[in-house]
Design a protein around this ligand. Structure first.
Ligand SMILES: Nc1ncnc2c1ncn2[C@@H]1O[C@H](COP(=O)(O)OP(=O)(O)O)[C@@H](O)[C@H]1O
Ligand SMILES: [Mg+2]
Length: 369
């Protein structure tokens, strides 16, 4: 997939932007707070409907404006697409593909595949399980519409169940009808949740096949590196655990069983890197995980995703910088940074260089080796 052109109106600090991108490597450089990350965010939002930093639609609209517009021209398998997205203050966003409005934002998923890599992603191993679940979900929702629909339904049922549990707790009589309703929600959760669990299991098994190769290349050693799915419940024992935990759930008023408590484990020679890895090991694994994500997308959809690298290079030592730059290969990439040193030092080929200052983007003559 290739993003050919981005147009912005009233998005973040941009009043208006018109940017043609190269099919190869694009660099956006400039001082802090000028609008580099905002460009990556707009690309991510237009491809996935969501901000990589979980911002709300209205927060992305330029201060003082009522509406933001992102327009993306892309090519997938040589077929051109135009994505138009309007973010609005108090209404849902509207999206059109090639001029045809979508009924739901979720219909956009799967058209455009992007992988976002920010310095925060380097902490994915040492951070809590919620970040790792988000990693799985953001990728799987792009790859698999069935997963997106199962997960959305699962989360809806889960919040219904949680509010019902609270109602039951405040209703001391524990009326039978409320408990019966709880059974109905559990049945739904079991239905959607089992599918979510199976898909996550498949995804992590596929990632595992790739990641130990990336990890070996990165570290140059052949230590045994594996990732494992750590589901709260397996598809097999899920029903039984829902029954067993019923009393506990009624006591605490929250649903305590299911994929909302899943995790991924990372083992290096049998040692849990989440808990016992050095900071360097954890960062190496994070990098390997991101690179594996790209490879997996290639395998699944037979096309490379667009890679968005937000200020990541300066966070890496020169070996890891070189490894990352070498791995980019033929993938279309948009990189933000404050200076061009890393590229020059690593003799890295750049196709287009843009200087970003106060929401104005100007193309510079080509630099690099
Ligand atoms: N909704 C908004 N409207 C106008 N400006 C915004 C909005 N949201 C963020 N900004 C501005 O965008 C700038 C940060 O842009 P960013 O892309 O994160 O910078 P950087 O170049 O460091 O990556 C800040 O000056 C901030 O005030
Ligand atoms: Mg930034």
């Amino acid at each position: 997939m290739i993003i050919e052109r981005l147009e912005l109106k009233h998005f973040r600090n941009y009043e208006s932007l018109d940017l043609d991108l190269s099919h190869g490597t694009n660099i956006l450089f400039g001082n802090n707070a000028q609008g580099k990350t905002n460009i990556l965010e707009s690309l991510y939002v237009a491809c996935t409907t969501k901000s990589h930093k979980k911002s709300k639609d209205r927060e992305m609209i330029r201060f003082g404006s009522d509406e933001a517009h992102i327009c993306l021209h892309l090519k997938k398998n040589d077929v051109p697409y135009k994505i138009d997205m309007h973010l609005r203050k108090s209404k849902k966003k509207s999206i059109a593909i090639n001029g045809l409005p979508l009924h739901r934002a979720s219909e956009l998923m799967g058209i455009a595949n992007v992988v976002f890599f920010s310095p925060e992603d380097l902490n994915i191993i040492k951070n809590g399980p919620a970040e790792r679940r988000r990693f799985i979900d953001m990728e799987l929702c792009q790859l698999d519409r069935m997963y997106l629909s199962d997960l959305t339904n699962y989360n809806k049922c889960l919040s219904q169940k949680n509010s019902l549990l609270k109602d039951i707790i405040s209703d001391r009589r524990r009326s039978a009808s409320l408990i019966d309703t709880l059974d109905i929600w559990d049945e739904q959760l079991l239905n959607y949740g089992s599918r979510v669990i199976r898909r996550r299991e498949k995804f992590i098994n596929e990632l595992n096949e790739i990641i130990h190769i990336e990890h070996q290349r990165l570290t140059g050693n052949s230590g045994d590196f594996q990732i494992y799915y750590e589901p709260d419940s397996t598809a097999e024992d899920y029903a039984e655990r829902l029954k067993n935990f019923r009393e506990k759930e009624l006591r605490y008023g929250t649903a305590s069983v299911g994929p909302q408590r899943d995790d991924i484990n990372f083992l290096l020679d049998g040692v849990d890197i989440r808990k016992f890895g050095s900071q360097g090991q954890q960062r190496t694994v994070s990098l390997a995980l991101k690179l594996s994500e790209i490879e997996l997308v290639k395998r699944e959809i037979h096309e490379a995703p667009v890679l968005l690298l937000d200020d990541v290079l300066s966070e890496l030592d020169s070996n890891r910088q070189k490894y990352l730059l070498d791995s980019i290969g033929e993938i279309q990439t948009v990189i933000t940074c404050t200076g061009l040193d890393e590229f020059i030092r690593n003799r890295f080929e750049i196709d287009r260089v843009f200087y970003v200052e106060n929401a104005k983007v100007t193309e510079q003559s080509k630099k690099g080796s």
